[in-house]
Design a protein around this ligand. Structure first.
Ligand code: UDX
Length: 438
């Protein structure tokens, strides 16, 4: 297998996982980040994100001399005695106020790449970007590439889920390569040659659309089952049974049919908005995506509706939130439903107690979580509370001793926002139990 010299620009979730895993495959990788603080932490062996398996890979690859960190694109592209064959753009594409993706960081990196490449280079877009970004990156590079150094732009979207990102990288369902030349395709195939999973080669725009369409479709599946769960509650049906019955149809499949208090994270909400926005800009009103978003917003108010139904006046009552991260096995609080829920509760002057196995330090920094009492564990959190709300389905919470929790709570109300608990067991422990869509 050919070993390549790679530069990854942007050492956030996507860039750090991509760079480290490429080094794990045997390539020589330099990860670049302009944030000096993050860079010195990385150089000191401190990993800024919680991602199972990642610290071990970083440690191993650094020891083997295959993974380095640098502060500039120039340095990353031209480390001592080497030259990058491939450069990944993995910088952030945060949402603007109107929902469109802010691509200014991508443009700035493209300019830097153009000014610093010395020989044929494959420029890979790894960040999630709207369709036609590849064209813009290519135009930007040709504008600043005064010496006319040859290059190709490739779209190679990531499909990493937080919490399982390393596993997803090393065992992909598919590798999508949106290319414009056979030369770039050869390099990209070589890069991933040791990975299992089919390689799909497309044009650049189709690759860009595969990413946005996949994430939006998964979000649609979740909103669909959440809408069904609302109907289940109205007629007294059980959404778990409905989802099971639907999911056994191979054309539907069982995954992403788990109802709950809404999806969050830095991908689904932002990609849904950006996909809607780019469709509209191109002259198509993708109204389905708007409905998916609206259902998700409504779903986040499930806790408030239930708690008001069960506890009457909320002012002065204490509510314990178990879990803060947008999903288990991550410390990511971006667009986490817990934040909206905490805000809705504090508007009603509720006393909020909360705990999370790993996301508390990040949650504590958030202005929206001001006034929340953070607790070391679930029992401390539910002590004296009028309601336990399960927000994130961490395994630790699944193992909660419900009888013990019942004894120390003031009012034994359990709102299971992720249908984690067995309703019969919760009721047997003394709780008034409410699950989503049950
Ligand atoms: C997602 C995509 O899965 C991944 O391919 C892409 O690269 C990035 O975006 P991620 O945001 O890490 O990954 O998490 P994911 O596991 O997809 O969950 C997203 C949200 O949907 C979470 O809030 C989760 O709780 C929620 N969800 C997921 C449901 O509510 N129900 C489900 O059935 C599945």
């Amino acid at each position: 297998m050919n070993k390549y010299n790679i530069c990854v620009v942007g050492s956030g979730y996507v860039g750090l996982v991509t760079g480290s895993c490429l080094a794990e495959l045997g390539h020589r990788v330099v990860c670049v980040d302009s944030d000096r603080k993050k860079l010195s932490a990385l150089k000191a062996g401190k990993i800024p994100i919680y991602e199972p398996g990642l610290p071990e890979i970083i440690k191993r690859c650094r020891k083997l001399g295959r993974l380095h960190f640098a502060a500039s694109v120039k340095e990353g592209l031209n480390p001592p005695g080497q030259r990058a064959d491939v450069v990944f753009i993995a910088v952030g594409t945060p949402p603007r106020a109107d929902g469109s993706a802010d691509l200014s960081a991508v443009e700035a990196v493209a300019e830097e790449i153009a000014k610093n490449i010395k020989d044929y280079t494959v420029v890979v877009d790894k960040s999630t970007v709207p369709v036609e970004t590849g064209d813009w990156v290519s135009r930007t590079i040709s504008r600043f590439n005064k010496k006319g150094v040859p290059y190709d732009v490739v779209s190679n979207p990531e499909f990493l889920s937080e919490g399982t990102a390393v596993k997803d990288f090393l065992n992909p369902d598919r590798i999508v390569l949106g290319v414009t030349s056979a030369r770039a395709e050869k390099v990209m195939r070589g890069l991933y040659a040791s990975l299992p999973g089919p390689v799909i080669v497309t044009d650049v725009k189709s690759a860009e659309l595969i990413k946005h369409a996949s994430n939006s479709f998964l979000a649609t599946k979740i909103s669909f089952i959440n809408a069904v769960s609302a109907l289940c509650e109205k007629v007294g049906a059980d959404v778990s049974q409905v989802a099971h019955g639907m999911g056994l149809d191979k054309r539907i499949g069982p995954l992403f049919l788990r109802p709950g208090i809404g999806f969050g994270g830095f991908c689904f909400p932002k990609d849904l908005e950006a996909f809607y926005w780019i469709s509209k800009q191109k002259g198509y009103d993708f109204s389905l995506l708007k409905a998916v978003k609206d259902i998700n917003e409504f779903q986040k108010s499930w806790v408030i509706r239930k708690v008001e139904e069960k506890l009457w006046n909320l002012e002065g009552k204490t509510i314990a939130l178990l879990g803060l991260a947008f999903k288990p096995h991550t410390d990511d609080m971006r667009f986490a439903p817990s934040v909206d829920i905490a805000q809705m509760l504090s508007q009603r002057r509720v006393k909020i107690r909360a705990t999370d196995p790993v996301a508390m330090p990040r949650a504590q920094e958030m202005p929206a979580m001001k006034g929340v009492t953070f607790c070391r564990n679930a029992y401390e959190c539910v002590k004296g509370a009028d309601c336990l709300v399960l927000i994130t389905e961490w395994p630790q919470f699944k193992d909660l001793d419900l009888k013990r929790a019942f004894k120390i709570m003031r009012t034994p109300l359990l709102l299971d926002g992720r249908n984690l608990y067995d309703p019969a067991k919760a009721r047997a422990a003394g709780f008034t139990y409410c699950g989503v869509g049950k």
